[in-house]
Ligand binder design. Structure first.
Ligand code: G
Ligand code: G
Ligand code: MN
Ligand code: NA
Length: 257
């Protein structure tokens, strides 16, 4: 078994797919966006989660062609839903990108091409970058950050609160959205009030920097109520849905249309 040579063939063999998890407006309970998650249907190992192959894809450089496929697939699918499903015309899409993709100077062209080919509005698209990337700013070329802003797509900082980004780094990246790491959400409701304080701090910072906030990993009604009380407006998590295959999305969106 050589996972790397299998992954090299996976794209051409149509073994990759995307699952989608709704992002919910907690005031209305309606899905307003989707986050795309990569899956690999391996010929003998079955359905693989990204944890078992993303670092392989990054180390081998295969993340570049795979990431380009992810972007095109997610944007095309979302634009199709925006055009065909009732109540979905403003649906947004969140796409995870690895630092390895952001270091390839062709990445901005990949994004621009995907926007052109699919015709989706750049306002509807946000790229997620994990916070740890900001720890070393040299990892993220300024030309790419500027190029992405010029394309008009949004940038979100994923797993926020687990890395070490400074306010000046946040301002430099000029992100639009902070995604609160699910570790803070999962601790809500226990006796230790520190995760609620951290979430309050993140919300205050987001207000000052004019950023949107999404809470990740919401699993219980208690967590949702606490988040509402703290003033969180958008959330995602198993409370509403796990990431699901594309064919299940229309009925999820229509249930709320
Ligand atoms: O879907 P979840 O199962 O197991 O995802 C695990 C991790 O893999 C997450 O950190 C997520 O950001 C990352 N991931 C999921 N899909 C993609 C993708 O399409 N591209 C990249 N670069 N990372 C992804
Ligand atoms: O891209 P990111 O690193 O944020 O990936 C989020 C990961 O968390 C994915 O693997 C996704 O499947 C998973 N996830 C999404 N919602 C929940 C949840 O409510 N609880 C838990 N435990 N995991 C979740
Ligand atoms: Mn993410
Ligand atoms: Na995250």
């Amino acid at each position: 078994l050589n996972l790397e040579s299998d992954l090299r063939l996976a794209l051409g063999r149509n073994e990759l797919s995307l699952h989608y998890q709704p992002v919910i407006d907690v005031k209305t309970g309606r899905p307003v966006g989707l986050e795309a998650f990569l899956r690999w249907e391996h010929p003998t190992l079955g359905l693989l989660q990204p944890a078992s192959f993303i670092s392989l894809a990054e180390d081998s450089g295969l993340i570049v062609p795979i990431g380009s496929w992810v972007l095109n697939q997610a944007l095309q699918q979302t634009q199709h839903w925006r055009n065909t499903l009732p109540g979905a015309k403003d649906l947004t899409i969140f796409v995870n990108v690895s630092v390895r993709q952001l270091q390839d100077l062709r990445f901005v062209d990949t994004v621009r091409d995907a926007l052109c080919t699919t015709g989706i509005s750049p306002d509807a698209v946000t790229l997620e970058i994990t916070e740890s990337v900001l720890m070393d700013q040299r990892e993220l070329p300024t030309a790419i950050v500027q190029g992405l802003h010029a394309c008009g797509v949004g940038l979100a900082i994923d797993d926020f609160g687990t890395g070490y980004s400074s306010l000046s780094q946040l301002r430099w990246l000029s992100a639009d959205t902070l995604k609160i790491d699910r570790s803070f959400v999962s601790e809500l409701g226990y006796k230790d009030p520190s995760s609620a304080s951290i979430i309050q701090l993140i919300l205050g910072m987001a207000r000052v920097l004019n950023l949107s906030v999404i809470a990740e990993g919401v699993e219980t009604p208690t967590q949702l109520n606490q988040l509402r009380r703290l003033g969180v407006r958008h959330a995602q998590g198993y409370l509403w849905s796990t990431p699901v295959p594309a064919h299940e999305i229309p009925k999820q969106l229509q249930a709320h249309a």
